[in-house]
Design a protein around this ligand. Structure first.
Ligand SMILES: Cc1cc2nc3c(=O)[nH]c(=O)nc-3n(C[C@H](O)[C@H](O)[C@H](O)COP(=O)(O)O)c2cc1C
Length: 188
């Protein structure tokens, strides 16, 4: 991967992602990249839920129901619309599920980090295919009722939802901290 690609990397916010998104073959390539991450003891501590087409709206209807009941009328109509259309912001959404395995050698935190690497690899692979994306969590990543809607196991959690599509416009640069402000050479 050329260094310039990494040094210029930017997310594109989900609301700025439109059709076309990756097709089925390209989605498989994204998942191939997602599983090509550092994985201590090769535990395969992740899996992937892909949302395309009508499934995005169906998820929105179900999550809006959960939202409505949880907030007991204490919300504005536009909040419900946002819930219903959450996954419709991009042509494809990939849920990266951290799926830790019992291990004496590999702590759960390492397995979660590996799922994070999968999220980042999906973003890089999407860029390599000419798409843009954003890694988003929002409340749906942490809600127990959404976890059961997604049929997650007790030990599983959402590492991220990766929204992928074609950027409406190229993202602007944003300020980054200079490396020297964050690094030091350790000395005894
Ligand atoms: C674990 C994780 C969760 C995130 N969740 C959200 C989110 O819920 N909403 C959001 O706007 N950005 C979220 N972000 C930040 C975006 O992915 C992205 O980094 C941000 O839009 C800045 O763009 P950049 O990646 O080009 O710096 C999250 C990032 C990470 C690593």
């Amino acid at each position: 991967m050329p260094l310039q690609f990494l040094l210029k990397r930017r997310s594109v916010v989900a609301s700025q992602l439109q059709e076309p998104g990756p097709d089925k073959t390209q989605i498989k390539e994204l998942i191939r990249a997602a599983i090509r991450v550092p994985d201590h003891k090769a535990l395969t501590p992740w899996r992937f839920l892909v949302f395309t087409g009508d499934a995005r709206a169906q998820f929105g209807e179900a999550s809006a129901d959960i939202y409505e009941k949880a907030h007991k009328g204490e919300y504005l109509p536009r909040h419900l619309v946002a819930e219903r259309t959450r996954f419709l912001r991009a042509p494809v959404v990939i849920g990266v599920i951290s799926s830790p395995v019992e291990s004496e050698k590999v702590p759960a935190s390492e397995q979660l980090l590996s799922a994070g690497a999968s999220c980042q690899n999906i973003l890089h692979a999407a860029s390599a295919l000419g798409f843009s994306g954003q890694w988003i969590t929002e409340w749906i990543a942490y809600d127990p009722q959404i976890a059961s809607l997604l049929r997650l196991e007790e030990s599983e959690s959402v590492a991220g939802f990766i929204y992928i599509g074609t950027a409406v416009a190229a993202p602007k640069e944003r300020l980054r901290v200079e490396p020297n402000e964050l690094m030091s050479y350790w000395k005894s």
